[in-house]
Design a protein around this ligand. Sequence first.
Ligand SMILES: NC(=O)c1ccc[n+]([C@@H]2O[C@H](COP(=O)([O-])OP(=O)(O)OC[C@H]3O[C@@H](n4cnc5c(N)ncnc54)[C@H](O)[C@@H]3O)[C@@H](O)[C@H]2O)c1
Length: 248
Amino acid sequence: MKLSEKIAIITGGATGIGKATAELFVKHGAKVVIADLSDQSEATVEELISLGGEAIFVKTNVSNEAEVQHVVEETARHFGRLDIMIANAGIGHPSTPIAEYSLESWQQMIDINLTGVFLCNKYAITQMQKQGGGGTIVNTASIMGHVGMPYTASYNAAKAGVANLTRSLGVTYAKEGIRINAVCPGFVDTPILNNADEAKKAQLVALHPLGRLGRPEEIANAMLFLASDDSSFVVASNLLVDGGYTAQ
Ligand SMILES: NC(=O)c1ccc[n+]([C@@H]2O[C@H](COP(=O)([O-])OP(=O)(O)OC[C@H]3O[C@@H](n4cnc5c(N)ncnc54)[C@H](O)[C@@H]3O)[C@@H](O)[C@H]2O)c1
C-alpha cells in the first residue's frame, strides 16, 4: 500500500482518468474526496466504498474560487488534513476553426482547464503549509500542452499553461516539501472523447506508435507514482504517458 492513510482530493474524479485514479488510490489505502460536478459522482463514491475505501463527494466547480476553497476546507474538516491534490478536472474541445470559436468558449476553456488547476494548487498549497508543509500535487496536463493539434487552440493553450504553471509552482514549493508535478496523457479512451466518432478515434489511434489509445488505468498508475514516495526526487516535471505520441 503506497498511500496508507493519505487524504486525497481528486477533481474530475467521477469518471475517466479521475475515477480510475480514485479506485487505485483507495486500493493503496488513501481516503478520497471526489470534487466534481457530474451526476455520476455519488455512484463513483459508492463504488469506492464497495472496494473497502473511505470516500466522500463534495460538489465542486473547479472554476469557482469559493467552491475550490470550500472543498479543501471541507476535506480538512472531515478527514483532518490534505496530503494529495489531483487537479484533473477538464473539458474537451470540439474541432473548430478560430473564426467560428467564440470568446465565451475560449473563456470557458481557460476557466476550467487552466484557472481551475491554478485554484486547486492555490488552496491545496495553502492547506499543506498550514499543516507544516509536505504533500504532493499532480496536475493533469496533456500532450496537447506540448504539441499543437489543428483546430484545438484553446485546449492547447490551456494545457501548455498547466505544464508551465506546474514548473513554476514546483520549483517554488519544493523547499517546503510540497512536490508538484503534472501528468501528460496521450489520447485516452474516456467520456471526454464521446464526441469523436469511430473514424476520428481511428485517426487518433494512428498517431500513437503503440497503435492504440491509452486506458484510464494506465494514467492512474502515473498519478500513483507522482503522488507517492516512489517519485520522491521528482519535482516540477511533466511526465508524458502517451504511447510514444510526442516522440515522433
Ligand atoms: N482522455 C484523453 O484523451 C485525455 C488526454 C489528455 C489529457 N486529458 C485530461 O484528463 C483530464 C480528465 O479527463 P478524462 O479524459 O478522464 O475525461 P472525463 O470527461 O471522463 O473526466 C472529466 C471530469 O471532469 C469533470 N469536470 C468537468 N468540468 C468540471 C468543472 N468545472 N468542475 C469540476 N469538475 C469538472 C467532469 O464532470 C468529469 O467527471 C482532463 O483534464 C483532460 O483534459 C484527457
